[in-house]
Design a protein around this ligand. Structure first.
Ligand code: MG
Ligand code: MG
Length: 269
């Protein structure tokens, strides 16, 4: 069942997603070589609670942390650990909060300063593919139009592997609502997009093959071939005049530019 949101509810969701975006920007300032994910996770939880929110992932089906933190060949759902960051790491950070009864959900992949060029390109292309998917999120289109835009750009134009097992989703009073929003599919197929839908669109893209496996921690999803993966996510409202992006990566970009240990993953839009 798809829940359509009123404009008032969409504005509440913008607040939730603003807190997610500011948390991701705060994290961007904390990412240093030698620092570890566990410390950052604790700080992120405090930041969210100090701003009146509740971490959405902590306790969700038993997930132990505020953030999903997925390093290098980890795709998504990584658990923050005390393993120190290295200058060659890439790290995807997914953050969700509950604020005013609505969930916000967004993710960003960061690159430390010595990350290889091919991985930087993967991050940039994945981020671009998210915007290409969002462009298709308009009334009268179908979910498949979003899926196709992402898959075509990543696989056909760049030769990457788009993960099949995990997908985007509706978001609102629940973290995961209908419809599912796969990152692969066919134009003109799937549920019709209508005004008031809010979708978490989140391409998960592998440098190599699309195949993934689950780690024995029961959570972390890894690429099977051990090559890098990237993940970017926005929560997007479908409005009459087109997509309205409720989360905001520009805060994150500003924080990344101020952090000399990170590479700025700029996008060509
Ligand atoms: Mg997310
Ligand atoms: Mg999501």
């Amino acid at each position: 069942m798809i829940y359509y949101k009123t404009n008032e509810e969409i504005e509440l969701m913008r607040e939730s997603n603003l807190l997610v975006s500011k948390t991701l920007a705060y994290i961007a300032g904390l990412l240093k070589v030698g620092e570890n994910g566990k410390n950052i996770d604790k700080k992120a939880e405090m930041f969210i609670r100090d701003h009146g929110g509740i971490p959405a992932f902590k306790g969700y089906r038993g997930f132990p942390s505020t953030l999903c933190m997925s390093l290098n060949d980890a795709v998504v759902h990584g658990i923050p650990t005390d393993r120190a960051f290295r200058e060659t790491d890439s790290v995807s950070i997914d953050c969700g909060v509950l604020l005013n009864g609505f969930y916000g959900d967004a993710a960003f992949s960061f690159a430390f300063r010595e990350v290889k060029e091919d991985v930087r390109t993967l991050l940039r292309v994945t981020r671009e593919s998210l915007l290409k998917g969002i462009e298709a999120a308009r009334p009268g289109n179908r979910v498949g139009d979003i899926s196709y835009a992402i898959q075509h750009y990543c696989e056909k134009q760049h030769g990457y592997g788009v993960v099949r097992e995990l997908v985007g989703h509706g978001v609102g009073k629940s973290l995961h609502e209908d419809p599912e929003v796969p990152n692969f599919g066919l134009k003109g197929k799937g549920p019709l997009l209508k005004e008031g839908m809010v979708l978490a669109i989140e391409p998960m893209v592998n440098l190599g093959n699309k195949a993934v496996k689950q780690m024995d921690d029961g959570w972390t999803i890894l690429t099977r071939d051990g090559k890098a993966s990237a993940h970017f996510e926005h929560s997007v409202a479908v409005k009459t005049d087109g997509p309205d992006i409720l989360s905001d990566h520009s805060f994150v970009d500003e924080a990344v530019k101020k952090n000399e240990e990170l590479v700025n993953i700029s996008i060509n839009f």
